[in-house]
Write a protein that binds this ligand. Structure first.
Ligand SMILES: Cc1cc2nc3c(=O)[nH]c(=O)nc-3n(C[C@H](O)[C@H](O)[C@H](O)COP(=O)(O)O)c2cc1C
Length: 200
C-alpha cells in the first residue's frame, strides 16, 4: 500500500526559509518510501468561513472553491506536515482561514459523531509542525501551537512532533544552518518510516 504525506506551506514565499524546511522534511518522507505532495496555501483560491453551517448536515462546504478538492485530499492523507512562519504571534491569516474552513470536519467529528476520515487511516495519521519565527522570545510559538493542536484534532491527526526554529531575524538564510535542515529531513524520514514499517 502506498502512503501519502501532504506538506502544507503557510508561508507566502514559495522559496523562503519555511519552504526550504518543508522541502527537507518532504524529501525525508519520500526517501522513507512515501508519496509526497506539497500544497501552498498562497496558491489556493478560497474565502474564509462564513458560518453558513451547511456542514452541519453535509460532508462538504456550501462554498465551492479550491477547498472542495482539498477536503478530499485531507480525508485520504496518511500524515501531514504543516510548515509556517509565525505572524503576529500566531499563524499567517491565509493559513488560519484555510484551517477554519475545516469546520466541515469539525461538524462531522464532534456534532454528528461520524468522522470524515476513514477508520483505517485514523489510527496512523501523524502531524508534524515546522515553525519559524523572526524573534527569539519566550512563548513565540505558543499561539501557533494551540492552533496547530486544534487543527490536528479536528482532522484526526495525532500531534506527533514539532521543530521550532526561532531567531530567523538573526539566522536570515536557513541554508547557513544545515543542522536545521537535517533535523527537518530526519523528522520527515521518521514520519514516513513509521508508516511504511508500521504496515510491514
Ligand atoms: C506580517 C508578518 C508578521 C510577523 N510577525 C512575527 C511575530 O509576531 N513574531 C515573530 O517572531 N516573527 C514574526 N514575523 C517574522 C517571520 O516569522 C520570519 O521572518 C520568518 O522567517 C518568515 O519565514 P518565511 O520567509 O519562510 O516566510 C512576521 C513576519 C511577517 C511578514
Amino acid at each position: 500500500m502506498g502512503y501519502r504525506i501532504i506538506g502544507l506551506l503557510g508561508s507566502p514565499l514559495p522559496h523562503g526559509n519555511t519552504a526550504k524546511l518543508l522541502d527537507a522534511a518532504l524529501k525525508g518522507a519520500s526517501d522513507a518510501g512515501c508519496g509526497v505532495e506539497k500544497i501552498e496555501v498562497a496558491n489556493l483560491a478560497f474565502r474564509p468561513c462564513r458560518e453558513i453551517f451547511y456542514c452541519r448536515e453535509h460532508e462538504t462546504c456550501a462554498m465551492k472553491d479550491d477547498m472542495t478538492a482539498i477536503y478530499e485530499k485531507f480525508r485520504e492523507l496518511d500524515s501531514l506536515i504543516v510548515a509556517t512562519p509565525v505572524m503576529t504571534m500566531g499563524i499567517p491569516g491565509a493559513l488560519k482561514s484555510f484551517m477554519d474552513r475545516f469546520q466541515v470536519f469539525f461538524m462531522a467529528k464532534y456534532m454528528r459523531k461520524k468522522s470524515l476520515v476513514p477508520k483505517e487511516r485514523r489510527a496512523h495519521r501523524r502531524g508534524l509542525y515546522l515553525g519559524i519565527s523572526g524573534m527569539k522570545v519566550a512563548n513565540v510559538f505558543d499561539g501557533a501551537k494551540m492552533t496547530m493542536s486544534a487543527f490536528f484534532s479536528i482532522i484526526d491527526v495525532q500531534y506527533w512532533d514539532d521543530l521550532l526554529v526561532p531567531d530567523m531575524d538573526t539566522i536570515q538564510d536557513i541554508t547557513t544552518r544545515p543542522d536545521l535542515l537535517e533535523s527537518a529531513y530526519k523528522r520527515g524520514y521518521e514520519m514516513g518510516r513509521l508508516l511504511v514499517e508500521g504496515s510491514a
